[in-house]
Design a protein around this ligand. Structure first.
Ligand code: MF3
Ligand code: CO
Length: 249
């Protein structure tokens, strides 16, 4: 069931999303060689609590942290750890959100640790571009397939591949709501987009093949071929005047 939000609800959701975006920015600024992923997680946790909100991933289906921090060939859902030290040249995907007054924000970005290869930089740039191309298609009267196609076309035309097993989603009262928002699709197909819909668009793009596997920790998702992966995400509202990115600072 897709829950449409009123303007009043969108205003509340914006508050949760601003906190989510602030936490992501701070966490991203902390990415540098020598820092552990647990330290970054704590920075995000402390910020969200200071803002009077709660980390919405923490305890979600038993997830043990505020942020998912996924390095290099880790695609998503990397669990922060005191033992995991970020190294020069790593690309570090951070995904996190906050819940405030019953509304959720969700956002992600991939950050560079020191100097990264031009190959890694181009992957991150392309993934971020594809997120914004997808967001442009989040308009009333359009369809979910328009968003997926825009993302897929941009990334595949540059030789990258789109992860299939994990997708974007509705977001609002719950972290994950209907509809699913795949990062692939056919223009004109899928659920029709309506004003008041709030969705998390989140391309997960691989340098090599699309195939992924989940590690025995039950969470961490990696590329099967061991090549790099990037992830960017915004929470977006569909409004009569176009897409509104709720997680923009
Ligand atoms: N970040 C994921 C998403 O964007 C959700 C994480 S699930 C959690 O949809 F359990 F790790 F929180
Ligand atoms: Co999400």
């Amino acid at each position: 069931m897709i829950v449409l939000k009123t303007n009043r609800e969108l205003a509340l959701m914006r508050e949760a999303c601003i906190i989510s975006a602030g936490a992501l920015k701070l966490a991203g600024e902390a990415v540098e060689p020598g820092v552990t992923t647990a330290e970054i997680d704590k920075i995000a946790y402390d910020y969200i609590i200071k803002c009077g909100a709660k980390p919405n991933f923490l305890n979600y289906n038993g997830y043990p942290a505020t942020a998912c921090i996924s390095i290099n060939d880790e695609v998503i859902h990397g669990i922060p750890s005191k033992k995991r030290v970020i190294e020069e040249g790593d690309i570090v995907s951070i995904d996190l959100g906050a819940v405030l007054e019953g509304f959720n924000g969700d956002n992600a970005a991939t950050f560079a640790a020191g100097a990264i290869s031009s190959e890694a930089k181009r992957l991150c740039d392309t993934t971020k571009e594809s997120l914004f191309l997808g967001i442009e298609k989040a308009v009333a009267g359009g369809r979910i397939g328009d968003i997926g196609y825009a993302i897929q076309h941009h990334c595949e035309s540059r030789g990258y591949s789109v992860v299939r097993e994990f997708v974007g989603h509705g977001v609002g009262h719950k972290l994950h709501e209907d509809p699913s928002v795949p990062n692939y699709g056919t223009p004109g197909r899928g659920v029709r987009l309506l004003p008041g819909m709030t969705i998390a668009i989140e391309p997960m793009i691989n340098l090599g093949k699309a195939d992924v596997k989940t590690l025995p920790d039950g969470w961490t998702v990696k590329t099967r071929d061991g090549k790099l992966s990037a992830h960017f995400e915004h929470t977006v509202a569909i409004t009569p005047s176009g897409p509104k990115i709720l997680t923009l600072l």
